[in-house]
Ligand binder design. Structure first.
Ligand code: NCD
Length: 338
């Protein structure tokens, strides 16, 4: 397959704004990592002797462990700094923390934070690579790439990553979702037709400015969808703070939705609704799922579900991006000052 020599960025903070050759370089390298892993080939130790720090100031299980595993598979040392153990809680700023970690000699920092733009902010203040693992409502670029890889794989497009002719329907709390923003950016750049579905408060018409369509009618979208991506309602971003939720049938305080029951009536992927999907169409979810709210357990665990395949792709994508960003950064600094 061969990786095109087009990845030039020292950081990965967003997919929007990347040009197509750059996206393809990222996706092709991810596919190589996945194939090697699926075939139990010996891992590439392209980060041997290097160090990667994960700096997570928001809850995460799968994304953090996925980055950790990816860095370890590349032979890097990994230092994990999670919210509760970090001195951000003692008032030290994100930038100070990142610079302190960098001074220890790390080659890449993986950042997750509640503030949109946090990863870009860190990237402006450190010399090592910065990879965004989710910043507020802004972007979650490695999730967008793994979603694109999963979709391309299932529909036999892994050689070209040409997603034209495919309809991707993203359902639920699109407004709060960095996953949706990254998915829209990459999938529309690859030629897919993306439709966001939800009530106006969760899927505002303004999303059409990102290059997708917005619909209020899930039942009319399902029969033509090639992939349906369900999103959790992110109560913690609706103004109640991080302790909000878990969802109850009652109206959540400060939530833009009227009731969970009403949301389910219009927008949940129930068993009945799933039956209207066409053969071969897949069900995706970035996790964590709220079974019985946006998705029925039988659908999440059913034959259309590619949710665990998405998780597996996550490690391959993160291996690729750590490797590519660190290599580009090294190339950049070796030519700087010439
Ligand atoms: C998502 C996130 O954190 O943005 N999860 C993830 O990274 N797998 C989605 C969510 O929290 O609902």
């Amino acid at each position: 397959m061969g990786t095109p020599a087009t990845w030039t960025k020292p950081h990965l903070t967003a997919l929007r704004g990347l040009d197509k050759p750059e996206l393809l370089a990222a996706l092709h390298r991810s596919a190589e990592m996945m194939i090697a892993h699926d075939e139990h080939a010996s891992p590439t130790h392209s980060l041997a002797g290097r160090a990667v720090a994960t700096m997570f100031f928001e809850d995460s299980t799968r994304t953090r462990s996925s980055f950790t595993l990816a860095a370890q598979r590349l032979g890097a040392h990994v230092v994990d700094l999670s919210g509760s153990t970090s001195s951000v809680n003692k008032g030290e700023t994100l930038i100070d923390t990142a610079r302190t970690i960098e001074a220890m000699g790390v080659d890449a920092i993986v950042v997750r934070a509640r503030q949109s733009g946090a990863a870009d902010l860190v990237a402006r203040h450190v010399k090592c690579s910065v990879i965004n693992a989710g910043d507020g409502r802004h972007e979650h670029p490695t999730q967008g790439l793994l979603d694109a890889c999963t979709l391309a794989e299932v529909h036999g497009r892994l050689k070209t990553f040409d997603l034209s002719g495919l309809r991707v329907v993203i359902v639920g709390d699109v407004a709060s979702s960095r996953v949706a923003r990254s998915a829209i950016a990459v999938m529309s750049a690859l030629g897919a037709h993306v439709v966001c579905v939800g009530p106006p408060a969760l899927a505002p018409g303004s999303f059409e400015g990102l290059g997708c369509h917005v619909s209020r009618d899930l039942d009319s979208e399902l029969p033509t969808a090639d992939a349906v991506m369900m999103l959790r309602i992110q109560f913690e971003r609706h103004g109640d703070g991080p302790k909000a939720g878990p969802p109850t049938p009652d109206t959540p305080k400060n939530s833009p939705i009227t009731s969970i029951r009403e949301f389910r009536d219009g927008f949940a992927l129930t068993r009945d609704r799933e039956r209207s999907m066409k053969p071969g169409a897949i069900v995706m979810h970035p996790g964590p799922m709220n079974r019985g709210v946006e998705i029925d357990a039988e659908v999440a665990d059913g034959p259309r579900s590619v949710i665990l395949r998405q998780v597996r792709w996550g490690v391959a994508v993160r291996m690729a991006m750590l490797e590519l960003c660190v290599a580009a950064n090294k190339a950049d600094s070796s030519t700087a000052g010439r």
